[in-house]
Write a protein that binds this ligand. Structure first.
Ligand code: PGA
Length: 251
């Protein structure tokens, strides 16, 4: 049965980020008490920056990530890890270089896989998630076009990790960071909607006025490929963490 995700509107993006960081911290501690690893699915973009800052702060207060395994949602194809806009760089500078995670436990799709090897690479990424025990908690952002990861409008819910083309809205949104739309990579590797929906818990962060319309659409009953975030209505435990601006169009 489809179920519209729960949502919480916080006074600020910082408050929403802190609440999600607290949930993640409790999950890590409870799994550690059971001597089991925590498997996190992680996102990039402007939205989760404060979440990662808060996790770093919690680490400085004693939270350990030794028992944490991470899988990032996506990565551009064709840029090197060293490129300042690579998600590898983003994750290391905002989080991984600042916590005690074991480097072997970090998984980010490889940006430089040769075209002929993409399919087997994507299958192996999927297999690694399964072998780690599946994702306990997935962090998502949402694009203005309703994408989750790089699952752009039109994405099928049946597809697991795969190589895909970026949508024009996504390219426009990335243009500034790359110094113009022509420099934005056209392709990416992304977990599929199918992968995302296998996570035991899904959390989606959205902040600012620019996200209000798409958040309202994602939380309106009705699943459509035109708005991939509506696929979250077929997941049993998804919560949106919003600031006042992003939640402004919700009754
Ligand atoms: P943003 O991107 O956090 O930079 O707004 C979100 C997304 O595209 O998923």
């Amino acid at each position: 049965m489809p179920k519209v995700p729960a949502f919480h509107i916080f006074p600020s993006a910082k408050a929403a980020s802190t609440a999600l960081a607290d949930e993640i911290s409790q999950l890590i501690r409870s799994r550690e008490a059971e001597e089991r690893p925590t498997v996190l699915g992680l996102a990039t973009g402007n939205t989760p920056i404060q979440l990662y800052a808060e996790l770093v702060r919690l680490h400085e207060e004693g939270l350990s990530f030794r028992n944490v395994v991470t899988f990032n949602l996506d990565e551009y194809i064709g840029i090197s890890r060293e490129n300042p806009e690579s998600y590898w760089q983003f994750m290391h500078s905002h989080l991984f270089d600042r916590i005690d995670i074991v480097p072997e436990n970090i998984h980010i799709p490889e940006s430089t896989v040769l075209s002929k090897n993409l399919e087997s690479y994507c299958s192996s990424y999927e297999r690694q998630i399964t072998e780690a025990g599946g994702i306990d908690l997935q962090v998502l952002g949402i694009g203005r076009n309703g994408h989750i990861g790089f699952n752009e409008p039109g994405a099928s819910p049946e597809v697991a990790t795969h190589a895909t083309e970026l949508n024009s809205v996504t390219i426009d949104d990335a243009a500034q960071a790359f110094g113009g739309a022509t420099h934005v990579p056209r392709r990416a590797i992304t977990m599929g909607v199918k992968t995302i929906l296998t996570a035991r818990r899904i959390t989606l962060l959205a902040f600012g006025t620019g996200k209000a319309g798409i958040v309202e659409r994602a939380l309106t009953p009705g699943i459509t490929a035109k708005v991939p975030a509506t696929y979250l209505q077929s997941h049993h435990d998804t919560t949106f963490f919003l600031d006042q601006e992003a939640g402004a169009q919700l009754a």
